[in-house]
Ligand binder design. Structure first.
Ligand code: NAD
Length: 256
């Protein structure tokens, strides 16, 4: 039995990924997130699919809490085979009004937490000669859009971090990849629709059709199941040479 730790897995994409891992029945799952009903969510998935779970509310901005979460997971399950850095936040604002504290929180949660967690699981992965690090970046890890300076800096940053650890992990059976989704209809995006409507001075329906899906050739939101099944594949034994990539799952946005 392998263990997967997924940050931000009590909502949206992270929860979708956790569900796909649970369906395989081949993983113990460490859930994490700030949702107050996180433990309930984790236990519900565990019961539904008959897999062992644990929950930690470690805050991505607190390195000591991240190290404690890894220690607790190793104490309970013996090891962490797969780390999925998924927790993330967004803030939409023109640069001149962009709040300093939002910049710092976005870089801290979306990028720096992946550094702390990768560092914390690395030694065990190296010793066992197996590891998978999957970073949930974004189409915005590859291209920019206006009003998202901190988010885009964090997502480009995590793509660079992914490539570096892919190189460092290669001699030890550790792969690292970034998944770069287009728009997925999660609470993060629901909030963005409202924020973007303000920033662009448009209706919410126009933001969806003229701003968000405008950039995708496939005019559909990406599903969490599609992302989850890709993550399950990247985590598998067969995906040994697939490393150092930033894989767009973005309806062709990056093809343009
Ligand atoms: P979401 O808001 O539904 O979930 C985010 C999760 O991160 C939640 O569980 C939340 O509690 C957790 N989180 C936030 N701040 C945290 C903190 N300080 N400490 C611990 N946990 C924290 O968002 P989502 O849309 O599912 O986003 C998940 C990831 O996917 C993010 O990295 C996001 O940038 C990325 N992404 C989302 C989309 C999209 O369209 N939704 C597209 C591309 C990439």
């Amino acid at each position: 039995m392998k263990t997967v730790l997924i940050t931000g897995s009590t909502s949206g994409i992270g929860l979708g990924i956790a569900t796909e891992f649970a369906k395989t029945k081949q993983y113990q799952i460490v859930f994490n997130g700030l949702e107050t009903n996180g433990l309930e969510i984790a236990n519900h998935i565990g019961k539904q699919y008959g897999v062992e779970v644990m929950f930690s509310n470690a805050n991505m901005l607190k390195p000591e809490e991240l190290r404690k979460m890894v220690d607790e997971a190793v104490a309970k399950f013996g090891k962490i085979d797969v780390l999925i850095n998924n927790a993330g936040i967004q803030h939409v604002s023109p640069i001149e009004d962009f709040p300093d504290e939002k910049w710092n929180a976005i870089i801290g949660i979306n990028l720096t937490s992946a550094f702390y967690l990768t560092k914390a699981v690395w030694k065990g992965m190296k010793e066992r000669k197996f590891g998978r690090v999957i970073n949930i970046a974004s189409a915005h890890g590859l291209v920019a859009s206006e009003f998202k300076s901190a988010y885009i800096a964090s997502k480009h940053g995590i793509v660079g971090f992914t490539k570096t650890i892919a190189l460092e992990g290669a001699p030890f059976g550790i792969t690292a990849n970034a998944i770069c989704p287009g728009y997925v209809k999660t609470p993060l995006v629901e909030k963005q629709i409202a924020d973007q409507a303000k920033a662009h001075q448009m209706s919410e329906a126009d933001v969806v059709n003229k701003v968000m899906l405008y950039k995708q050739a496939v005019k559909e939101f990406v599903s969490v199941e599609e992302l989850g099944q890709l993550a399950v594949f990247l985590a598998s034994d067969i995906a040994k040479t697939l490393t150092g990539t930033a894989l767009p799952v973005d309806g062709g946005w990056n093809a343009q």
